[in-house]
Design a protein around this ligand. Structure first.
Ligand code: ADP
Ligand code: ADP
Length: 225
């Protein structure tokens, strides 16, 4: 599977109705099993790009094509958000199972699948806790487990570790690399940290100021830890 981003443009309107071009004529290919990090200044359109890939936005022009996908339907992408976006009144396991519930997977089966992903992320002991009972790092592990439970072909991550402390971040980075090594989904990972980008990515796409184009691509020259 690969992703072809072909001449994609996307803009919004300002509150006064002026056009706000954000992404201009973006061209990129994401290859099978690639872990791509995306960096660029605030407001340059990184989240918008993830939204275009995740189907939350349609491009104004150009196209995003997923070539060689597993199925014609089914979720191809899952997003992990910086602020976790867990549903506060649901237990951790019910958060992780939410996507399966929407797809009509029976309760027992979806709990089993969700528990498996919680175990992978090492927080199965907190399955029946509520999100507010967890530390930030644990909430993000639940966020990743929830994304994995949808069995996506592409994992989209929007500064997932920006809100956790440095020590927890290192642990989460290691865990993410382990998860990625196991089945090598495409990962697109937004970060503000060039160190994080070089640590995690096969390739780093550097975006410029709005309206945004790719200003540089760095093929990471050294192996991961
Ligand atoms: P980044 O993730 O790089 O910080 P975003 O994609 O969030 O950038 O936003 C790019 C620009 O588009 C910003 O100037 C932001 O204010 C604007 N923007 C984002 N979403 C909307 C929206 N729904 N309506 C209007 N403007 C938006
Ligand atoms: P992390 O977010 O990586 O778990 P923390 O420093 O926040 O790092 O937590 C350290 C440890 O403390 C956790 O691994 C967990 O075992 C325990 N812990 C954190 N929050 C709770 C909680 N609400 N209830 C019980 N144990 C907790």
């Amino acid at each position: 599977m690969r992703i072809e981003i072909d001449s994609v443009s996307k803009g919004y309107r300002t509150p006064t109705g002026e056009p706000l071009p954000v992404i201009a004529d973006l061209q990129a290919t994401v290859h099978e099993q690639e872990f791509i990090c995306i960096i660029g200044p605030s407001g340059c359109g990184k989240s918008t790009l993830l939204g275009l890939l995740g189907g939350l936005h349609q491009p104004d022009s150009g196209s995003v094509r997923f070539v060689g996908t597993r199925t014609a339907t089914g979720p191809m992408t899952s997003i992990v958000w910086q602020d976790y976006a867990l549903i506060p009144w649901r237990s951790v396991v019910d958060n992780v199972a939410f996507g399966l519930e929407l797809r009509g997977v029976p309760r027992k089966e979806r709990r089993e699948i969700a528990m498996g992903h919680l175990a992978t992320m090492n927080i199965d002991a907190f399955a029946d806790s509520k999100p507010h009972q967890l530390s930030g790092g644990m909430r993000q592990r639940a966020g990743i487990a929830r994304a994995l439970a949808n069995d996506p072909e592409v994992l989209l991550m929007d500064e997932p570790f920006a809100a956790v402390d440095a020590q927890t971040r290192t642990l989460l980075q290691e865990q993410l690399l382990q998860v990625w090594s196991a089945d090598k989904k495409i990962v697109l990972f937004i970060t503000h940290s060039i160190e994080e980008a070089l640590l995690l990515g096969d390739r780093v796409i550097v975006l410029g100021q709005r309206p945004t184009r790719v200003v540089e691509e760095i093929v990471v020259p050294f192996p991961r830890p």
